[in-house]
Design a protein around this ligand. Sequence first.
Ligand SMILES: Nc1nc2c(c(=O)[nH]1)N[C@H]1C(S)=C(S)[C@@H](COP(=O)(O)OP(=O)(O)OC[C@H]3O[C@@H](n4cnc5c(N)ncnc54)[C@H](O)[C@@H]3O)O[C@H]1N2
Ligand code: MOO
Length: 408
Amino acid sequence: MLPVAEARQRIVAALAPVTAEFLPLASAHDRVLAEAVAARRTQPPFAVSAMDGWAVRAADIARLPARLTQVGEVAAGAAHAGTLAAGEAVRIFTGAPLPDGADTVVLQEDCEAGDSIVEVRDGGPQGRWVRPAGLDFAEGEALLPAGRRLSARDIALAAAMNQAWLPVRRRPRIAVLATGDELVRPGETPGPNQIVASNSYGIMAWAARFGATPVDLGIAPDDVHALAGCAAGAAGCDLLVTLGGASVGEHDLVQRVLAADGRDLDFWRIAMRPGKPLMFGTARVGPAPGSPVPLLGLPGNPVSAMVCAMLFLRPALERLLGLPDREGPLETARLGADLPANDRREDFLRARLETAADGERVATPFGKQDSSMLRLLAESECLVRRPPHAPAAATGSQVEIVRFDYGF
Ligand SMILES: Nc1nc2c(c(=O)[nH]1)N[C@H]1C(S)=C(S)[C@@H](COP(=O)(O)OP(=O)(O)OC[C@H]3O[C@@H](n4cnc5c(N)ncnc54)[C@H](O)[C@@H]3O)O[C@H]1N2
Ligand code: MOO
C-alpha cells in the first residue's frame, strides 16, 4: 500500500494547470492568476496632498507663525497653473496634485485664513502631508504573481494598476460519477434494498466552491456497459472522479472498465484510513479507443470519499488551477482524549475543535470512526492525523490537524 504523501505527489505530478481565460475584474474574484500582472501606471502618478490645507514651501514655514500670500486653489482632478514662489501658498484639498514649487502641506486646522493672507501657526518638516509620485507602486512593477488566488483586495489593487481584464485559469471541469446498483438520487423513493447517494453531492458542491465546474454524470449501475456509457460524459473534462466500485469485490468495476489497460493505473490502494481503496490513473472514455481522462477513483464509503476529496482531490484541483503546492507542516492542536497506538495505515480521525481557556486549540476525536457515518463528519470541525505506527497518545499531547475550508 502506497503512503499517503506519495499518493498525493503522484496525483499532482500527473496533472498540469488548465489554460487561461481573460475575465473582467469583478468576475476574476477568487480565480487564480495564470500569469503575473504588472502595473500599467504609477500610483500616485504625481505628488498629491494627503490633507485639506495649504500647499507651501517648507523654507517659508521654518519660523512660525508665518504669513503667506494666497495665490490660488487646487482640488483633486485639477492642477494649479504656475509655480509657487517664496512667500506664497495655494489652498489645496486631499488628492489634489501638489503645485510646482510647493514641497509641503499644512493642515487647515493649523492655519488662519484671511482674504489674501494665510497665517500658518503650526506645520511639519519638508514633505509633510505630501504623497510622492510612486508612493504605492511604479509602472511595470509585477505586483500580482502567477498562481495567486485573487482576493477582493487584489481586485482593488489590479484596478488601481489600470488593469481591466485579468488572465485567470479557466475553471477545471470535474466529471463526477457515482456507482452502485444500490444508489438512487436524493428525493427519489429507494427500492427495498437501496440507499440514497450522498458523497457525489458533497464533493460537487465543494469542488464548485473551490473553483471547478462539476459535471454530474449521475449514478452508474454495477454493469460494465452502463458504467462505460455514463463515463463517456467525461470526455474533454480535466478529471474524472468516480465514487465507489474501487475495492476488491466482483461488483467493483471502475478499474476493470475505465482503466482496463494495465498501464492506465498509476496506483490503487493506499495506507490510509478511511480511504484505503483510492485509485489514480487514466480512464479511457467514449467510443474506442477512448479519450484519455485522468481518473481519481474514490472509495464508496461516504466518509472515505469525502476525506479522500479533502486530501487528494484538493491538491489535484490546486494543481489544475495552477496554485502553488502548499504541502508543508500541518497545523497542530492539543489532543482532547487519549488515543491508542496506530497500525500501518495513516489515520484521519473526525474531531471537534475548541479553544481552551488558555487560548490553545483542543482537538477531540469522536469515539466512533466508522467510515459510513456522515453525521459525525458533518459534526466534526477538523481531522486529526495519526501517522502510521504512531504510539499511543495521551490527552494533552500535540497532534496534527487538517481543517476544513471552502465550505467543505
Ligand atoms: N474484502 C474487502 N472488502 C473491503 C475492503 C477490502 O480491503 N477488502 N475495503 C473496504 C474499504 S476500506 C472500503 S472504503 C470500501 C470501499 O469499497 P468501494 O470503493 O468498492 O465502495 P462500494 O463497495 O461501492 O461502496 C462501499 C459502501 O459505500 C456505499 N456507497 C457507495 N457509493 C455511495 C454514494 N455515492 N453515496 C452513498 N453511499 C455510497 C455503498 O452502498 C457501500 O455501503 O470497501 C470495503 N470492503
Ligand atoms: O478505507 Mo475504508 O475507507 O476504511 O472505509
